[in-house]
Design a protein around this ligand. Sequence first.
Ligand SMILES: [Zn+2]
Length: 239
Amino acid sequence: MKKIPLPYFNQRKADIDMLVIHCQAFDETQSLQILHDVQLSAHYMIGLNGKIYQLVEDKYRAWHTKTGASYWKNVEDINSRSIGIEICSPSLGQKQYTKNQIHSILRLCKALTKKHHIKKQNVVGHSDICPNRKPDPGKAFPWKYFARQGIGFWYNINDAKKVQETDEGKMLSEIGYNVADLTAAKWAFCKRFLPDVIPTDNVGTLIDNPIPKNAAELMQGSNISEVLKAVFYKYNKVP
Ligand SMILES: [Zn+2]
């Protein structure tokens, strides 16, 4: 791991209990330049070839999500309680991450969740905490594989029938999502748990318009209600 300290951080106002995965559509040199330009940061960055960089020490509050515009389980200051990992991905998470990157991210996630006792339910993507603004880490982030490796959690579709609840907003909200914009919350949920529903888009479109106009239509043709129930069931069972 290489240290490239960035000065964009301050003191945390809460203990660490979340891990947030991001991606940027640039290589490490460009990503660092952009972080300097906008005076933002993350704790770690994963390069195109899987090299791990530490930009901010864990104990500090890195600036990787926008306070007031981020939300998870009633908390808006996500920076104070999270570790942020930025991955270099030219397709902005539309095309598969490289083997080396997956290997490095997994190794880093395992070390961080263990060190800071971060629960599986609190490992999220940027799109989970900013559903109507952010597309990253994209539909190609292998959440299912990560869950098998002990990072985050996945569902068993057979569990759907054990759930009586039918209110999608209520289930999404209990999982952690901001449901003020229900379509956006459901779209973020699909990026995470039903990636086949998400079309491949170009980077510009994803940044300017993270939710396509036909999102509701695309989700209607999917089995999102069953998957949501199954995830909701598992969410309440994960230790
Ligand atoms: Zn991000």
